[in-house]
Ligand binder design. Sequence first.
Ligand code: F6P
Length: 323
Amino acid sequence: MQRIGVLTSGGDAPGMNAAIRAIVRRAWHHDIEVVGYEDGYSGLVEGAYRELDNRSVGNVIQRGGTILGTSRCAEFYRPDVRALAAQRMVADGIKGLVVIGGDGSFRGALELAEEHGVAVCGIPGTIDNDVWGTEETLGFDTAVNTAMQAIDALRDTSESTGTNFFVEVMGRTSGAIALYTGLAAGAAGVLIPETSEPPIELAKRLQRSIGRGKRSHIVVVSEGDEAGGAFGVAHQVAELMDIEFRVTVLGHTQRGGSPTARDRIIATESGVLAVDALVAGTYGMMAGMQHREPTLVPLADVVAHRHSEAELDKLRLAMELAG
Ligand code: F6P
């Protein structure tokens, strides 16, 4: 294998650039050229790529987003479009492909492999940490730290004024960011899509806490919570009890920013493993993390599972310590 491609797909996540850097530099050690496709699968379909040499990935390890651009490419669901992409790869002499993204992106990679024999390897990159077969996805740790720091700042005004805050974090179907942020920030409540705590139960808990003398509360709500995100929950709770509250939606601030050390290290180790797997002829795998070690898992298994279970023990712990 003399030439491989890399693309980033779906929502961008801090750490993607660190992974691209590791892929390019590891490939260089194997005497392999790397091209970077622009804007995810769109670049693959259009044959839009640039050569990535060692210098082109200098000074990117600390940058959020993705230097290659990303997109959610709906047309890649079409078999004829995938066939076109595979033909272009052959014409350009590109023998392998590393896909950095979430499980939707991996479905596309697997189809490319099964239908056209493209040698692929995935690296899980999404702030949601909702990919089966890996303990961590690129960007999750950074997103949790971003949300935690925002809540630390809100806590100052919350404590000073006695105002309750309902803070919405990202996660349409996964409560992982809410769970970890709630635990790290000492939230009084954490609402996630995987469980259904009725607002009346939350209101009762807040009431008991007020009875114990607590002046203000921070409740973390996943955007995908069935009660309708932070606005929905706040209004329902406020109808049940007389409280002053504000809603803060952290939104896409969680997707950007410089990756944490943890995300840079995961990105680096996964990038190296992905290239080594392609070189060794081990195709159709995902380079994820298990027991904090970079580990290969078949992509077919990854996409066959919806996503990791919510860590409900962490939810119980957060609530037990909420005070
Ligand atoms: O990248 C994952 C994610 O941030 C989700 O948590 C969120 O629901 C979604 O992407 C929003 O992305 P977009 O605004 O690009 O649709």
